[in-house]
Design a protein around this ligand. Sequence first.
Ligand code: URA
Length: 293
Amino acid sequence: MEWRTVLENLEAQLARLQAAGINYLNIEPDPELARMLNDAAHEAGAVTPDEPAAGHGAAFAQSTEVSAGVATQDAIDAPVTPGTQPRSEPQSKAAAAGQIHPSEFKTLDSLQEYFRDCRNCGLCAGRSRVVFGEGHAHPIILFVGEGPGQEEDRQGLPFVGRAGTLLTQGIRALGLAREDIYIANIVKCRPPGNRNPQPEEMAACLPILQRQIELLDPKVIVTLGNVPLKTFNPRARGITQARGHPFGYREWQILPTFHPAYLLRNPNGLDPWWSDLKQALVLANTAATRGAE
Ligand code: URA
């Protein structure tokens, strides 16, 4: 069957499921579909043939959130797959400057070292330190926040301010330590005045996060707040609706939940947050068991 027909059928099927109120599916990746979609992406010029095979199509086939429309799935894939990203200004500059792409680094340490003095976007002007991330080299949970705040910028470590204290308490309540998990952010440098990161700043930084995810290979990814949720799934409903509903990103499951800074202002969210953290542990254990079989 021609790939365009496969896509149309798939879209129609997803729309039917969505109309029936089914929003999440657990689908096994279909290698044949992934191959066809990868070919289609190459054909459309979204991925250059010399870029890694785990491109557009593979991620499409492995995304498990039910959502009608190719654009949605494009969007899920786009921000974190270097080959499918629109060439943003900072990335073009980086490429023009002959920089090594994050996907080429074989270890987390070498990736961190290379981007220690990153100048790929304007955030470098106001930061004190790049906050690369911290934790276990193969964590059970990878938490992804938005971007460093003032204290993180000062120490060069993620989630060490007030929101970090709450996150650490949640981790401990699960019976884990910060050393068992990994914490990273969408952008590695503090946005001035703690504003939300801009699209071009996120686009410049996301290939680093994507490589972190590949190298860390966590059992589950927990996104904190709206910014990382929308980064992985731009068509997701707001965090209040989306929290607690896992979706697939390539070979990983992502569980969105509230950002701890939000919980400091809205303690009503603590109960659902705690239930999400417990769910994350269950998902991680399931993935670990599956991996051990
Ligand atoms: N908020 C974030 O999103 N990340 C941090 O590292 C700290 C606070």
